[in-house]
Design a protein around this ligand. Structure first.
Ligand SMILES: Cc1cc2nc3c(=O)[nH]c(=O)nc-3n(C[C@H](O)[C@H](O)[C@H](O)COP(=O)(O)OP(=O)(O)OC[C@H]3O[C@@H](n4cnc5c(N)ncnc54)[C@H](O)[C@@H]3O)c2cc1C
Length: 235
């Protein structure tokens, strides 16, 4: 999406009706909202979400839309620890019938599946990648190019693991779960040596992790143009 399209999307605010929430794993919660029929996005994009039911400090934050456009809901998945921010406390208060506001969708973290692709999710960075693989599952891969997801979670809780395993069993998407950077680097090396310059890399997660994985890719000769990043600041 271009800059002007993103700007226009940012100005359009809409109310989202809260449907339900659930705990995905320790410290990880999912919130489901109704999707308006005129709301569209590309798998991998994010929105700006605002708390409106009470006053909170920093009421608006960016979150990836973890659902695919083919699903009929807006799904947000976020890390909420023992000392949540006011924003996240307010998210946990949501009850059926309450609303939040959303503007967007925006962002360029989307995937064309016309090249061998390595998706790298660092922890909560699984959110845009879940959307991408769900969309591929529903549309089918057009090109038949290999798609490999490397999912790094040092805590090994791997939110969405069951669902990803099930997608992997029904599609050509390969999923590997990893708990150390050394193992991740090994997998990256293997993919890079197999696909050389034709491989595309999609890295999502906390900013520091995305930067260090991107550095590793570039130091290993992957051209900058073959890497797309989705860096979550705030972690
Ligand atoms: C493009 C993009 C996509 C993103 N997608 C996601 C996503 O899908 N999922 C996701 O989880 N994040 C995502 N993020 C990050 C998200 O926007 C937040 O920055 C992040 O979740 C941290 O928000 P917070 O409210 O916990 O932290 P902040 O308000 O930044 O606070 C940081 C930490 O300080 C402490 N703190 C803050 N306020 C209080 C308080 N009142 N009392 C006690 N302790 C406090 C808490 O420990 C908190 O974790 C994304 C970011 C970007 C840029």
């Amino acid at each position: 999406m271009g800059f002007f399209k993103d700007m226009a999307a940012m100005f359009k605010k809409r109310e989202l009706l809260f449907i339900s929430s659930s705990k995905e794993a320790e410290d990880i919660y999912t919130f489901i909202f109704e999707k308006h029929s005129d709301l569209t996005w590309q798998a991998g994009q994010y929105g700006l979400f605002s708390i409106t039911h009470r006053k909170v400090k920093n009421p608006t934050k960016p979150f990836s839309i973890a659902s695919a456009p083919s699903e009929n809901v807006i799904r947000l998945t976020m890390r909420i620890g023992d000392h949540p921010s006011e924003f996240k406390k307010a998210m946990l208060e949501l009850k059926q019938g309450m609303t939040i506001k959303m503007s967007g969708s925006v962002g360029a973290f989307s995937m064309q599946d016309n090249s061998p692709s390595l998706l790298i999710a660092g922890g909560i960075g699984i959110t845009p990648i879940r959307s991408i693989v769900k969309q591929i599952e529903s549309e089918g891969s057009q090109s038949g190019q290999p798609i490999h997801l490397l999912y790094l979670d040092s805590g090994q809780s791997f939110p969405y693991k069951e669902e990803l395993d099930s997608i992997s069993s029904r599609t050509a998407i390969q999923v590997t779960y990893l708990s150390s950077r050394e193992d991740l680097n090994q997998e990256i090396d293997q993919f890079a040596s197999q696909y050389k310059d034709s491989g595309k890399y999609f890295v999502a997660g906390p900013k520091a992790m995305v930067e260090s994985i991107t550095d590793y890719l570039q130091k290993n000769g992957i051209p900058k143009g073959n890497i797309k990043k989705d860096a979550f600041f705030g972690y």
